[in-house]
Design a protein around this ligand. Structure first.
Ligand code: FAD
Ligand code: NAP
Length: 343
């Protein structure tokens, strides 16, 4: 029999989410080991509660009241397995801090995730949207994950293919949403350096300092570029990019570009075209606009900020205005990137 979880009722989450939304959880707990996790799942099943596993709250827009249980993931631990051909598998518990993991790997010469430095959040949340930055996505060095099914308590394994990764997407975002708690991820890294420094802002940072292309320098440069450009949620509440970069099929993209040839865009390998959402928003005059405690960051048009600690509904109402103005101007739908909970 698992121990009874320590539950706090009507727990305020304002400090637990990077957008500083003052949401109240009907019940809240923290899990530090698998026994505690299984007791929580027993409780959730008995009470028929909805369950929100939560890491650092850096990709969540919460409603005022969160029904059921919010479970803060604090599982810790890392294991390394040497593999043939200079390969290393690193198994990481879900509650480990992502950036500390990246830094630890680079220090030990386990390479592959250095471009993903300083992304806030936990290891367990990283597969949710296949985190990506500076030209690299998690899936490129992802091996598998372990998860517990909420309805049954059964431990399941998902290979990289079974996660269904795409650009800022995995199956856990929709068809598998609310079904599993991710407990561990396994990364496949290499002892052979293969630095990736071609992303424009990263390349210019390294060129400006005449840095050699090593994984350690890529890690340092990514940290520098991010600190210069991306607002720290501890100083200005935000969840990073609020909208995904829209990807259009070739024909509609050409129609947009015929009217607005100056729009920043990239033709993908499959012929579709990715537009820079930040440029669309900035062109409509939103950058730096602040209204009733919610706004768009003054240096980054993709980042909505919530210095007034307003509700999730207020942030989403502001976001909808942006979506409407971009839709009216370009006929392009901007999709919200963070998870809105409850949906
Ligand atoms: P949370 O926000 O706590 O949760 C996000 C979702 O994952 C929720 O649905 C939650 O239920 C679910 N979840 C969390 N843990 C688990 C688990 N163990 N099992 C099951 N479900 C779980 N993202 C990028 O891709 N690239 C970036 O460069 C980037 N930069 C950012 C910069 C800033 C300043 C901020 C604030 C955010 C940025 N993000 C970026 C978004 C965010 O950091 C990532 O999505 C991160 O992986 C979220 O981790 P988290 O622990 O905070 O997840
Ligand atoms: P940036 O360098 O100003 O570039 C703006 C946008 O242009 C980015 O969204 C990026 O797409 C796209 N882009 C730039 N060069 C590209 C290229 N060569 N090919 C294809 N697309 C290109 O971006 P930034 O805002 O400072 O962010 C830097 C990196 O960190 C980006 O990769 C971004 O995704 C990531 N980031 C993500 C979040 C988040 O919450 N998701 C928050 C902050 C930063 P991509 O986004 O596809 O790279």
């Amino acid at each position: 029999m698992s121990p009874t979880p320590k539950i706090r009722e009507n727990h305020c989450l304002v400090q637990a989410n990077c957008l500083a939304v003052p949401a109240i959880a009907e019940a809240w707990t923290q899990v530090e080991d698998l026994d505690a996790l299984h007791s929580c799942l027993d409780l959730v099943r008995r009470r028929q509660w909805p369950l929100l596993p939560m890491g650092s709250g850096s990709n969540l827009v919460l409603a005022d009241r969160i029904p059921g249980l919010v479970m803060h993931m604090a599982l810790s631990g890392r294991q390394v397995e040497e593999r043939p051909h200079d390969c290393v598998r690193v198994r990481v518990a879900a509650g480990e801090n992502w950036h500390e993991l990246v830094s630890w790997c680079v220090e030990r010469g386990y390479y592959g995730i250095e471009n993903l430095a300083l992304i806030p959040g936990t290891a367990g949340a990283a597969p949710m949207q296949n985190i990506g930055a500076y030209g690299v996505e998690l899936e490129e060095c992802f091996h598998s994950l372990e998860a517990v099914e909420i309805a049954t308590g059964e431990t399941c394994h998902f290979s990289r293919a079974e996660c269904g990764f795409r650009y800022r997407y995995s199956r856990f975002k929709d068809e598998l949403a609310n079904r599993f708690v991710i407990t561990k991820i396994c990364l496949e890294l290499s002892r052979q350096p293969a630095p990736r420094a071609d992303y424009p802002s990263l390349a210019s940072c390294m060129q400006a300092q005449d840095l050699a292309q090593t994984p350690e320098n890529v890690f340092a440069a990514v940290c520098q570029v991010r600190r210069d450009r991306i607002p720290d949620p501890a100083a200005i509440p935000n969840v990073g990019s609020f909208f995904q970069n829209p990807i259009l099929d070739a024909a509609p993209a050409q129609a947009v570009l015929a009217r607005y040839p100056q729009l920043a865009h990239w033709v993908l390998d499959d012929g579709r075209v990715k537009f820079a959402a930040a440029a669309l928003i900035e062109a409509q005059g939103w950058k730096g606009r602040l209204r009733k405690g919610v706004g768009v960051h003054e240096r980054h048009a993709l980042v909505l900020v919530n210095p007034g600690h307003e509700s999730g509904a207020a942030v989403l109402a502001f976001a909808r205005e942006i979506q409407q103005s971009v839709q009216q101007a370009y006929g392009i739908d901007l999709q919200i990137e963070p998870r809105c909970y409850p949906d």
